[in-house]
Design a protein. Structure first.
Length: 128
């Protein structure tokens, strides 16, 4: 049986990429890695991981994912900061999806902060 590729677009098998973060055996080393793992969590329906990696100041009490949305691809367009030793960073991305037979794109600049040694999603600004 072929290995399942990670939805985040690295080309790696899921269990060698974002799967390790979702399982908690590895923490994201950079803001981009956290953003990619969160995209994969949206694609795979891992609500608990999404909430866990959301900064407590902006995290919703609950999160409902639309089962009609199928995430089909991720493009990382730019990153600022968010490196191995950074405390904050941004990642601009374009996420492609299909819903109701129509394709769509969500483009956003997301902000991340490192708190207690772990990267957290703080907030994002949607782009046209």
């Amino acid at each position: 049986m072929p290995l399942r590729r990670c939805p985040c677009g690295t080309g790696l098998p899921l269990d060698e990429c974002c799967g390790r973060l979702h399982e908690g055996t590895l923490a994201a080393a950079t803001a981009e890695q956290l953003m990619r793992s969160r995209y994969s969590a949206f694609a795979l329906g891992h609500i608990a991981y999404l909430l866990e990696t959301w900064h407590p100041d902006t995290r919703p009490r609950a999160l409902d994912l639309d089962p009609a949305v199928r995430w089909t691809g991720l493009e990382v367009l730019a990153t600022t900061g968010g490196g191995l030793l950074g405390a904050e960073g941004t990642v601009q991305f374009r996420a492609h999806y299909v819903t109701g037979g129509r394709t769509g794109v969500q483009q956003e600049t997301s902000r991340f902060v490192r708190e207690g040694g772990r990267w957290r999603y703080l907030d994002g600004v949607s782009l046209p």
